[in-house]
Design a binder for this molecule. Structure first.
Ligand code: GDP
Length: 463
């Protein structure tokens, strides 16, 4: 699919820098750039071989419309379809001043381009078949990555590995369907169709492949999306100290004054290979303080959405009624709960209280960091499949991918149940088609416009 219009944007971040990169993409990209960029050689830009860096003058119109040189720089031409977007594209490298880059961009508009929308270059790449939807999502994750583990996983996904797995499953389903339909359409021909057993085996294989993919989501989710994690406990047990220890800086105020943390603080941090979307909360206890009460309400809401709860206790003193109440209130949660027995530097009393209430306990000192490594390892073992290699294996990284894979699995399993029940093969075909549709949504071949718009709206302008 090719668009009629040509877009331009500054692709580097806004700010002062040594160099900045502007991108122009669309059918008139080279025509637009020829007005803005004059090669020093005098040879027109359009006559250069693609993918060569060309040195030249960068021009922009003044108030009276006269075009003057405002900078020197490099231009690189990419010819459709061998470009990121799949369209004719020119990249201009100029010096990185804020006014300068804005002036060059305005010159591109004066020459006929229009302003690119957020994510529009990548959206064009996707719509022109240069990348699948999961690869585009991985690219978005790469730009958003805040931890090293997220970087590794996102980079791996940009090579289209999810799409390749989808293609294998899609083709296997397609083979099953075409065999059935060929027999229905040409009953008199001696077509090499699949036997019922072969069909069952092929569907079982597809189902196993999707289950394997789905199994990766827990790890992908823990790294890419991050685990909503709440640190909770009574006042003064060391919640903020633990929060600071995990985020690696003094983000939360630590005092021995009760009720210091009144609102929910939040930050992205990594613990081992797991990304935590970490919430430090107000100490859970009875209070008449209006502001603290609001904080405690918010803490309870954060707890309800948490997938990991770090329940902090002051291990140096005997557990009291409030500790008992906290342990009881966490007994039925769906989240993974780790009891953090803090202040180990002061000694631990009544350790059996914690082991009797929680399946995961850890002794540490938030003050000096002792025990944090063990907490990291425990969190990692709860959320990461150590056998997965995120550099080489295919990993599902977001809820959209998981949802589509689950829909495909359910449809295939319905078809398998039908076959096992003895239904005619034709009757199982609509489930196979539904599975193919879900796989096509997963890799983006048949995804709704709304979903595509939603995904690309999260990209920055210029990407
Ligand atoms: P919060 O109210 O639960 O957030 O607790 P804070 O993190 O504000 O800590 C309360 C007090 O306990 C402060 O004086 C901290 O310095 C102290 N504290 C926190 N963690 C430790 C620890 O591991 N060992 C010791 N000895 N003191 C700690």
């Amino acid at each position: 699919m090719f668009y009629g219009d040509t877009i331009a944007a500054i692709s580097t971040a806004r700010g002062k820098g040594g160099v900045a990169l502007l991108r122009i993409s669309g059918p008139d990209a080279i025509f637009v750039c020829e007005k803005v960029f004059l090669p020093k050689s005098g040879k027109p830009l359009s006559q250069y071989a693609p993918r060569t860096a060309i040195f030249g003058s960068i021009l922009a119109p003044d108030d009276r419309g006269a075009w003057n040189e405002i900078d020197n720089g490099l231009a690189t031409v990419f010819r459709a379809p061998a470009s990121f977007t799949g369209e004719d594209t020119v990249e201009i490298c100029c010096h990185g001043g804020i006014l300068l880059t804005q002036t060059v961009l305005t010159a591109c508009f004066a020459a006929g381009a229009r302003a690119a929308e957020a994510g529009e270059f990548t959206r064009r790449a996707f719509l022109n078949g240069k990348m699948g939807l999961s690869a585009a999502e991985a690219l978005g994750d790469l730009l958003e990555a805040q931890t090293r583990e997220q970087l590794t996983l996102a980079h791996a996904g940009t090579d289209g590995r999810v799409e390749r797995k989808c293609r294998e499953i899609y083709d296997a389903l397609c083979a099953v369907l075409s065999s059935v339909y060929a027999k229905i359409d040409y009953p008199d021909e001696d077509l090499a169709d699949m036997s019922r057993e072969e069909m069952e085996a092929s569907l079982a294989e597809c189902s196993a492949r999707i289950e394997k993919l789905l199994d990766t989501y827990r790890t992908g989710h823990a790294i890419a999306e991050g685990i909503p994690t709440v640190i909770c406990g009574k006042p003064n047990v060391g919640k903020s100290s633990l929060y600071n220890r995990i985020v690696g800086r003094d983000a939360a105020i630590v005092t021995d004054v009760e009720g210091t943390t009144r609102d929910v603080l939040t930050e992205v941090a990594s613990l081992g290979r797991v990304t935590l979307r970490l919430f430090d909360t107000a100490g859970l206890h009875e209070t008449d303080d209006v502001v603290e009460k609001i904080g405690i309400d918010r803490a309870r809401k954060a707890l309800a959405d948490a997938e990991l709860i770090l329940a902090v206790f002051d291990g140096s003193v005997a557990p009291d009624e409030e500790d008992n109440a906290l342990a009881a209130s966490l007994a039925d949660t769906n989240a993974t709960v780790i009891a953090v027995i803090n202040k180990s530097d002061l000694g631990v009393v009544k350790e059996d209280f914690y082991t009797s209430h929680f399946s995961h306990t850890i002794t540490l000192s938030a003050k000096d960091g002792e025990g944090l490594e063990v907490l990291s390892a425990l969190v990692e073992s709860c959320f990461i499949n150590g056998e997965l290699d995120t550099k080489t294996d295919t990993v599902l990284t977001n809820a959209r991918q998981k949802g589509a894979a689950l829909t495909a699995l359910e449809a295939i399993n319905r078809a398998r149940e039908g076959l096992a029940y003895g239904l005619p093969v034709e009757l199982c075909c609509s489930d196979c088609e539904a599975a193919m549709q879900a796989i096509a949504e997963l890799d983006g071949r048949a995804v709704s416009e709304d979903i595509v718009s939603h995904i690309f709206s999260h990209f920055c302008v210029g990407k």
